[in-house]
Design a protein around this ligand. Structure first.
Ligand SMILES: [Fe+2]
Ligand SMILES: [Fe+2]
Length: 345
């Protein structure tokens, strides 16, 4: 589960990490310096509530972080009015000493999981992310542009969900969602983010890879539905049209200043192979960045395990075997590192 840890004292962070990781995924932030957290998981506030300046900073943070429902406060001072202060600031639960933290988080995690499993099998997170993809695709189909914020919002939700429940739950839930293109985007983003979290990428790198994955097939918004949703294999001329989507995606995004060069590179080159046999630019190994290599592996793995109208979904083990057999096209050390994710998935 994702735990956004908000504190007034940077020296507290290593001890919290040592105590709670790896079971919980800790994202630390300093009070007064609060860039957006992910919209999910638990917010854990650990600050001296006797200091007025801290109380003001927490109030401000709370108004920014209203999307996080669970707010756990650590109140070390054993004073009744401090506990009351925590609840007044928006706490949903309070612990009074460090050893209560892990059991309390485990309890919150169990409650949140139970609340999320709804009868349709499609969790609100998946429904929300799918809605995010749908609105980006529809904006492009209608000739409007999209913004980095649209992609960031979907990516944050995927990261929060996977940090919370794991990649396996994400993949199982997404496969109950039956809209081909969005299912694919949800799976690729999930696999890429799952890999980045598992490999303990820095937070900024998880986001960068996540955003590239979120946007990687955005060019498909301009591919005719008759091709995109064709229930059979594509014939060669349709395949030609389909293969235009990386370039289309690149063209759609290249003038949006907030979209980074790495993300653009991922959108344009996620079908390139190390041996130069990919498209659209027939890049060779040395021209293909790590982010793109990872994106390509995530894309192929996700495409193999998703359900297509003309074939049943492949098992994760079989899909992983195919990645291993693509020696020369995919970077094998990365494929090896991917093994843990494919197994966990
Ligand atoms: Fe693609
Ligand atoms: Fe794709």
């Amino acid at each position: 589960m994702l735990v956004c840890y908000l504190t007034d004292e940077p020296s507290k962070i290593p001890a919290i990490r040592a105590m709670l990781e790896p079971h919980f995924h800790i994202v630390p932030r300093l009070l007064g310096d609060v860039p957006p957290f992910y919209a999910g998981g638990v917010l854990m506030v650990d600050a001296d509530l006797r200091e007025m300046v801290r109380v003001q900073q927490i109030k401000h943070a709370m108004s920014e972080l209203h999307a996080i429902n669970e707010k756990l406060f650590i109140v070390q001072q054993h004073l009744h009015h401090m506990v009351a202060q925590a609840y007044a600031l928006g706490a949903t639960s309070v612990v009074r000493c460090s050893r209560e933290i892990a059991p309390k988080l485990a309890k919150i995690e169990a409650t949140m999981k139970a609340a999320r499993a709804d009868s349709s099998g499609i969790t609100p997170e998946i429904a929300n992310c799918a809605k995010g993809f749908a609105s980006m695709f529809s904006a492009i189909e209608h000739g409007n542009s999209i913004s980095l914020t649209d992609a960031e919002s979907v990516t944050s939700q995927v990261i929060a969900s996977i940090a919370q429940d794991g990649l396996s739950a994400w993949l199982d839930n997404v496969r109950r969602y039956h809209e081909g293109t969005f299912q694919h985007c949800l799976l690729v983003t999930g696999v890429a983010v799952g890999f980045a979290l598992e490999t303990r990428f820095a937070e900024a790198d998880v986001r960068r890879l996540g955003i590239a994955a979120t946007l990687h097939d955005i060019g498909k918004a301009r591919i005719p539905l008759s091709i995109l949703d064709k229930p059979d294999r594509l014939d060669p001329s349709e395949d030609e049209v389909m293969k235009r989507h990386p370039m289309i995606g690149y063209e759609l995004l290249k003038d949006i200043p907030a979209i980074s060069a790495e993300v653009l590179d991922g959108v344009r080159h996620h079908h390139e192979y190390l041996d130069g046999s990919g498209y659209p630019d027939r890049l060779q190994a040395g021209q293909i960045t790590d982010l793109v290599r990872l994106l390509t592996i995530s894309d192929i793995f996700a495409a193999l395990i998703e359900s297509r109208p003309y074939r049943p979904p492949m098992s994760r083990q079989d899909a992983y075997k195919i990645l291993c057999d693509m020696d020369g096209k995919l970077e094998q050390p990365l494929v090896k590192a991917f093994r843990a994710v494919a197994r966990a998935a």
